[in-house]
Design a binder for this molecule. Structure first.
Ligand code: NDP
Ligand code: 8X3
Length: 259
């Protein structure tokens, strides 16, 4: 059967690593046409060329900083030179900065988390919506987190940001009702990507401790889930999904093997 992604234009933010890069490669194998954005263009170049090798019908990339309205609008203007219609918008760019308590929190970290995970999703969606065809199975898929469902110490702003992403997803679904454009959110738990390296500001030893003795999700696990969601027929909207490693019964309950 012909893939529902074949020759469909897919815009992925945060495609330079982790989930975004894995989603790009997974969609490439379905023959999709990819528009990849992030700040590290050299990474995007490598990923775009791997996507072509894997079967993407197109894989173009451009600098994107979702914290800046001009950058988002410039990215979408560039996208317009490639295509007249974007079928899938994957709002994935984001992450956490620091694990300070509220009492010790830094403005810069707070602003970064809210800029990327909340305002970035709003800016990208506003700019891309005019390019999304109605009643064509178009889909906005936002990457949330279990942090948007459950708060934890040291995560106040990240949890607030992902809860914000969840509310944006819900409001957007109401606003777009009747257009045929689907809106959904995928909320992963512990997954090993560059997420913790970024959260701990480049401290790789501290980052790897997060996953010690446990089997986290991989970026590919999330990419397969996004592909499944995007491949449902146009009348099916996967509203919201939570996906956690088997070892993670809840945010605070993580099984770690001793050895
Ligand atoms: P990574 O750090 O590996 O990837 C984050 C991506 O976001 C990178 O491609 C980065 O690109 C991009 N990004 C960050 N800031 C910006 C910006 N200002 N403008 C454009 N792109 C940006 O982490 P993950 O793949 O794990 O994270 C992807 C998403 O998944 C995030 O929204 C994260 O919050 C969420 N998530 C992660 C989980 C995990 O445990 N890993 C669990 C649940 C959700 P660049 O630096 O090149 O700009
Ligand atoms: C990333 C998962 O539990 O570190 O969103 O917040 S968690």
């Amino acid at each position: 059967m012909l893939s529902r992604l074949k020759d469909r234009w897919v815009l992925i933010t945060g495609a330079s690593s982790g989930f975004g890069a894995a989603i790009a490669k997974t969609f490439a194998a379905e023959g999709a046409k990819l528009l990849l954005g992030a700040r590290r263009e050299e990474r995007l170049e490598e990923i775009a060329s791997e996507c072509i090798q894997r079967g993407a019908a197109a894989a173009d990339y451009h600098f994107l900083d979702v914290t800046k309205t001009e950058s988002v609008n410039g990215f979408v203007d560039w996208a317009k030179t490639r295509t007249g219609g974007i079928h899938f918008l994957i709002n994935n760019a984001g992450g956490a900065h620091g694990v300070d308590t509220v009492a010790e929190g830094k403005d810069e970290d707070w602003e970064n988390m809210l800029q990327t995970n909340v305002l970035g999703v709003l800016r990208m969606t506003r700019a891309t919506l005019p390019l999304m065809p109605h009643h064509a199975g178009s889909y906005i898929i936002n990457i949330g987190s279990i942090a948007g469902h459950t708060a934890y110490e040291g995560g106040a702003t990240y949890c607030a940001a992902k809860a914000g992403e969840r509310k944006i997803t819900q409001a957007l679904r109401l606003e777009l009702n009747g257009t045929g454009i689907r809106v959904g959110s995928i909320n992963p738990g512990l997954a090993e990507t560059e997420f913790s390296i970024v959260r701990f500001k480049g401290d790789t030893a501290r980052a790897s401790k997060v996953y010690e003795g446990t089997e986290p999700l991989s970026a590919e696990d999330i990419a397969e889930t996004v592909l499944w969601v995007a491949s449902r027929p146009p009348h099916v909207n996967i509203d919201e999904m939570i996906i956690k490693p088997t070892d993670q019964a809840a945010v605070h309950k993580l099984f770690r093997r001793q050895n």
